[in-house]
Design a protein around this ligand. Structure first.
Ligand code: ZN
Length: 631
């Protein structure tokens, strides 16, 4: 039961906004052809009733506002019917698409917006795992799955996969001492952050030797080994962020396309990789030197994401295979430390961009003490299944994923404390819910089965997806693909759609064809240097071999000149992972509606295809898939 009058007022405002939109739509509907097919109306009304019911739950919590709200709701209901009726056919030119026509009718901008408004309302407190926000989120999503007619994945009738998590709050101390000099006592969190994935109350590292290992990368395919000639067991290693920035021998102003994919980030550039390899090498602690440009984010981001409670999977081994201490230090601290040891940081950094680089032992020691407050709890992936119609093929699956979690509520903040995560990723959940309601209406019905999954703890390191990939409910070799959605375009229709995982799998072609049928183009990842495909749930499926498609946003909006700054870049700059990622009055979900139609078609093609999607030759995830499929 939701009680806040503040949220009720917000919903009233939202409804009022819808009413004014309704007027506009009614006006514009008069100007264009409206396809109100009586045959599909009962289905549409189901959806409308559903959304209305959700609104009622939040809205009716305030007595005083009840009568106003009911009339607003009636208007909203009418509004939904009108808009649902006015959805234009998008697949007119194509036979397959023609067949699918009735289904996308349930995918409407307003249904998407309604879901987003609820999931990102202050009531949901930023949807942090293990909080009231989790309870509300997984209830809302599973109710939607149920209403759409999905089966619970679990034979006990629930839509949940339990994910054991541990919350870890770290109180770290790091002292670096150049031999023969007074110790550098670093200030947390201005100079450094440190924590451990090991579920232990205290991590202590005494007098450990410090070694600079360049980028900390071992990449045989590039003939690269930053650990050559050294045993780092028990030592504390220092490394640079991102992957080695190797210049093109012909034009040193550019990066070598043949090394670590040039400007694009490879997994070797991710901090997760750096801590993983440090653990494999037996290092006691791993410290990343932060630099704003190559990291693509300022120290502020490191500080705020590591100085709060973090989550890890509560694995049976208590994560004792992880590196004992993981830390970041600022560039200033690193420069001071290197200078103290008689080393020039910039010169060492330069030497690290060649294959000839060898680790450099510093004349310094590290003392690290991290006290950790731990709590264990069960979080949940929400999973629903729509069974395929073919008696044999129904045991094969595709999965649509979007994470439901976000950053929660930060009580130390002045003013707004709630990270509503409206774009990230209430919008993706709305898309998955819309797809879940569309597939059961597809005619002819899909041959294979479809799983709809809203994952937990993505923001904490893709933990829900990782748990599923390591504990799959359906065999991975029978899982054709993961299609991941993380943040939709909420700013109107676009000329294009970003294929973030472009170049990785044969699904690129299905996406490009579907986009073309909408009169749009699929474009490659527009910010490859950010390594987005390694930073979202699709990566956990890729890692275990399952071909994954990561759909981005429509980027070039019809409302802006072709070469104007991207709206999504403005979002990244001002609202990404900020309390301002909320529903705004200028939102226009028509582009998101188009994107979900597109995903629907891509998914429909894959579940009915004669062949499984495949990784393209040379893609790092391909060997795992080939082994799984006995190729
Ligand atoms: Zn996200």
């Amino acid at each position: 039961m939701l009680r806040s009058a503040r949220a009720s007022r917000a919903v009233c405002r939202a409804l009022a906004a819808n009413i004014s939109l309704l007027k506009q739509v009614t006006r514009s509907a008069g100007r264009r052809t409206v396809h109100a097919r009586a045959r599909v109306l009962p289905r549409r009304q189901n959806l409308v009733t559903l959304i209305e019911r959700r609104y009622r739950r939040i809205v009716l919590s305030s007595e005083a506002e009840t009568s106003l709200t009911i009339s607003a709701m009636k208007a909203f209901l009418l509004f939904c019917v009108v808009l649902l009726g006015s959805t234009l056919s998008i697949f007119a030119a194509d036979k397959v698409a023609e067949k699918l026509k009735p289904a996308p009718d349930v995918i409407t901008p307003d249904a998407l917006l309604a879901h987003i408004k609820i999931l990102s309302s202050d009531e949901f407190e930023g949807r942090s795992p293990g909080s009231k926000g989790e309870e509300l989120s997984i209830k809302y999503i599973s109710d939607q799955f149920k209403a759409a007619g999905l089966q619970p994945e679990n034979p006990d009738g629930s839509y949940f996969q339990e994910v054991p998590l541990a919350g870890i709050k770290s109180d770290p101390k790091v002292v670096l001492t150049v031999v023969g000099k007074p110790p550098m006592e670093l200030k947390f969190p201005n100079d450094f952050v440190a924590s451990s994935a090991r579920l232990q109350p205290e991590i202590k590292i005494d007098n450990s030797d410090l070694v600079f290992v360049g980028y900390g990368v071992v990449a045989p395919e590039y003939g690269w080994d930053d650990y050559k000639g050294i045993d780092v067991r028990g030592k504390t290693i220092l490394m640079l962020i991102n992957d080695p920035a190797v210049p093109d021998p012909k034009d040193p102003s550019r990066l070598d396309e043949k090394m670590f994919k040039g400007k694009a980030m490879t997994y070797y550039g991710r901090w997760t990789y750096k801590y993983e390899i440090a653990a494999q090498k037996g290092a006691a602690a791993a410290i990343i030197i932060h630099e704003t440009e190559p990291a693509a984010y300022p120290w502020q981001v490191v500080r705020s994401s590591w100085a709060k409670e973090n989550f890890e999977l509560d694995n049976r081994n208590k994560n004792m295979d992880a590196v004992s201490a993981r830390s970041w230090i600022t560039l200033d601290v690193a420069k001071k430390l290197f200078a103290g040891c008689g080393q020039d940081f910039d010169a060492l950094k330069k030497s690290a961009i060649t294959k000839e680089f060898r680790p450099v032992a510093l004349t310094a020691k590290a003392n690290i003490d991290i006290k950790q407050t731990l709590r264990s709890f069960k979080s949940h992936n929400v999973i629903g299944k729509f069974e395929g119609a073919d008696p044999t093929l129904k045991d094969e699956y595709i999965i649509f994923t979007a994470h439901w979690d976000h950053l929660g509520r930060h009580t130390e903040l002045q003013g707004d404390q709630i990270f509503n995560g409206a774009v990230d990723n209430a919008s993706g959940d709305a898309a998955v819910i819309a797809l879940a309601s569309a597939f059961p209406k597809a005619d002819p019905p899909p041959r294979r089965s479809i799983l709809f999954m809203c994952t937990t703890a993505e923001e904490a390191g893709l933990l829900g997806a990782k748990w599923y990939a390591e504990h799959p409910l359906y065999p991975l070799e029978k899982t054709l693909a993961d299609i991941n959605i993380d943040s939709m375009n909420v700013w109107g229709k676009a000329r294009d759609i970003e294929d973030v995982s472009y170049g990785f799998s044969t699904m690129d072609d299905a996406l490009a064809a579907a986009a073309q049928r909408q009169g749009r183009t699929a474009i490659p990842n527009s910010r490859p240097e950010k390594g987005a495909i390694y930073r979202a749930d699709n990566f956990e499926f890729s890692k275990v071999g399952v071909p994954s498609l990561y759909i981005g946003k429509g980027e070039h909006l019809l409302s802006r000149p072709e070469n104007a700054p991207l709206r999504s870049d403005e979002f990244d700059l001002h609202d990404y992972h900020q309390v301002t990622d909320e529903v705004h009055a200028d939102w226009d979900l028509s582009g998101a509606g188009q994107d979900v139609d597109l995903l629907f078609e891509v998914g429909y093609q894959i579940v009915n295809a004669d062949k499984f999607p495949e990784w393209k030759p040379g893609v790092e995830f391909k060997p795992k898939r080939d082994a799984m499929m006995n190729k």
